[in-house]
Design a protein around this ligand. Structure first.
Ligand code: SF4
Ligand code: ZN
Ligand code: ZN
Length: 307
């Protein structure tokens, strides 16, 4: 069924086909409803927006900019991480810089090279480790530390429904229930003065919806994918879920909806079981030493061996 006589730009799972104007209305009201439903943004905030320059984070910043224009008590600052991935991150960071300039959003960029001594490409030559494992650890570490130093009240990330469904399934397959307890539209389990609350306003939007929204709003003119993504466990789960969704539409929504029913109990169960501080750097850590410090030390040793 079509929404009106205009040409449709997307078909929804329920069967409805929406034109550009009706889709934008549908998408934006879904995001703003998510923000209200999960109480993601208060009346007065200094929101950090984790910006990679890809479709998800540009869509997020575009929507939060609208919110901030309507409500001057919501201040926005973008934060980006340059991992040092040749031929990929330079392009998405250029898109991020262009967007921030056009929309007058301040942008802070931090790089692995400056913070950890070398770009990701070199780290992967120095250590025998899966790219996304080390990359994810350093990114989460820097985003939290810098968000706190920049005085953000919360950090908004562009995670969409597909990302979350993948994370839930990955944690199930690895029997990592505690990691699932940290998921949800408001990430984390314990409040910790050194931990900046992460929020996911695109939580209920599918990857397809975000892609179409970014495209029809001219936020993205090309698709860049990290060259390391194909080697990741996440990519295997992503492909499996996409195949399953094609055969059984609604599967990803079902994963999220059932997860949301058990999430409050999961958070309750694991409350208080982590939230200590790293003895080396003082950042929040589950053990004596945080994973970022463990990898930074391994890199240091690898560097010494190479001399
Ligand atoms: S796909 Fe993996 S290596 Fe590439 S940016 Fe993401 S986490 Fe880093
Ligand atoms: Zn229409
Ligand atoms: Zn540490």
């Amino acid at each position: 069924m079509n929404c009106c006589s205009n040409k449709p730009v997307i078909g929804l799972i329920a069967g409805e086909k929406l034109c550009k104007a009706h889709f934008i209305e549908y998408f934006e009201s879904k995001v703003f409803k998510t923000i209200r439903q999960f109480d993601l943004i208060g009346k007065e905030e200094h929101l950090g927006v984790a910006l990679s320059g890809g479709k998800d984070s540009l869509t997020l910043l575009h929507l939060l900019s609208k919110l901030s224009k309507q409500n001057p008590k919501i201040k926005l600052t973008a934060i980006a991480i340059n991992e040092g991935i040749h031929g990929y991150r330079d392009k998405t960071l250029a898109a991020a810089e262009k967007f921030c300039k056009k929309n007058s959003v301040p942008l802070h960029i931090y790089s692995y090279e400056e913070e950890f001594g070398m770009p990701l490409d070199n780290m992967l030559k120095a250590l025998d480790v899966k790219p996304c494992t080390i990359c994810g650890i350093f990114r989460r570490y820097l985003l939290n530390k810098k968000s706190r130093e920049l005085g953000f009240t919360k950090l908004a990330t562009g995670h969409n429904l597909d990302d979350e469904a993948q994370s839930i399934v990955m944690n199930e397959f690895k029997n990592n229930v505690q990691a699932s307890a940290r998921l949800g539209p408001k990430a984390g389990i314990n409040s910790n003065k050194k931990f900046v609350q992460r929020i996911k306003p695109l939580y209920l939007c599918t990857e397809k919806e975000v892609t179409v929204y970014a495209f029809v709003n001219g936020l993205l003119d090309n698709f860049n994918e990290c060259p390391n993504v194909a080697k990741s466990y996440r990519a295997q789960v992503r492909d499996m879920l996409n195949n399953f969704e094609n055969e059984n539409p609604g599967t990803k929504y079902a994963i999220i909806n059932s997860f949301l029913q058990i999430l409050p109990d999961l958070k309750k169960r694991f409350k208080g079981e982590q939230a200590d501080y790293c003895k080396s750097c003082g950042e929040p850590a589950a053990k004596d030493k945080c994973n970022a410090c463990i990898f930074a030390e391994r890199l240091e040793k690898a560097k010494l061996r190479a001399v």
